[in-house]
Design a protein around this ligand. Structure first.
Ligand code: URA
Length: 235
């Protein structure tokens, strides 16, 4: 059974700040299974304990949706024997949610990554049928050919014969290219750029659907998405 610290549970499932929660516990306003909690750092069963604050029952949040600014060098996976994963970077208060990354970014790719425990949502965001845009900035190792946007629009055929969906490409300055995909094949951007003779020095994802990586979110940090923002994925 997964347990979580009472204050962390309340910070995710209520509107109260950490300091307000501590005050509420101290004042005996928080109960766990009918008994006033003695301390804010006790562990509770997130799914089974009945928690009240000011006599109001706190509903357990079933699904959570986080935006992470993925740093380079971290694996897009839930766990790994020896290497650090994106799930290892998630704050303690979200650990009991069994989060997983929505799709994968390569270890060296940076930028926006969603984490959730909602499999149906993840499937819809990833599925090419949903046509949800994923926008990347690639820094390439040579000057991009002028016809790159046209070739990407027509649909690139990868070296192994795999046909990619039509993609948007925009040549920016300093050997950077903005590429917008609505699918996510293995190493897709690197392989697509490889077809036009370009290597990738750096790759950053800036947007998924209407959600742009918040400017103030530092590498490794997460911020929670709420219902209104989640709805923007599937209008
Ligand atoms: N395409 C890639 O090549 N790598 C990524 O991480 C994402 C898209």
């Amino acid at each position: 059974m997964k347990t979580v610290r009472l204050d962390k549970f309340l910070s995710v499932n209520t509107k109260y700040s950490r300091s307000e929660i501590k005050k509420l516990v101290k004042a005996g306003k928080v109960t766990v299974d009918g008994v006033a909690a003695k301390d804010y750092d006790i562990h509770i069963s997130a799914a089974n304990s009945e928690i009240t604050v000011n006599s109001q029952k706190i509903e357990y949040k079933k699904y959570v949706y986080l935006i992470m600014n993925k740093p380079a060098g971290i694996l897009s996976a839930c766990n790994d024997k020896s290497r650090k994963t994106v799930v290892d970077l998630v704050g303690e208060e979200y650990k009991h949610f069994s989060l997983f990354p929505v799709g994968r970014l390569d270890k060296d790719t940076t930028g926006i990554l969603l984490l959730t425990n909602d499999g149906e949502f993840a499937h819809k965001v990833i599925s090419p049928k949903s046509n949800i845009e994923k926008s990347y900035i690639a820094t390439v190792d040579d000057v991009p050919p002028k016809d790159l946007p046209q070739r990407f629009k027509e649909g690139i055929v990868l070296a192994d014969g795999t046909v990619c969906k039509s993609a948007k490409a925009e040549i920016l300055k300093d050997n950077k290219v903005r590429i917008v995909l609505t699918e996510g094949k293995y190493h897709q951007i690197k392989r697509m750029l490889g077809v036009v003779g370009l290597g990738v020095n750096a790759l950053h994802r800036e947007r998924i659907g209407k959600i742009t990586l918040p400017e103030n979110l530092l590498p490794g940090e997460c911020v929670e998405l709420f219902d209104k923002e989640i709805c923007t994925f599937f209008p």
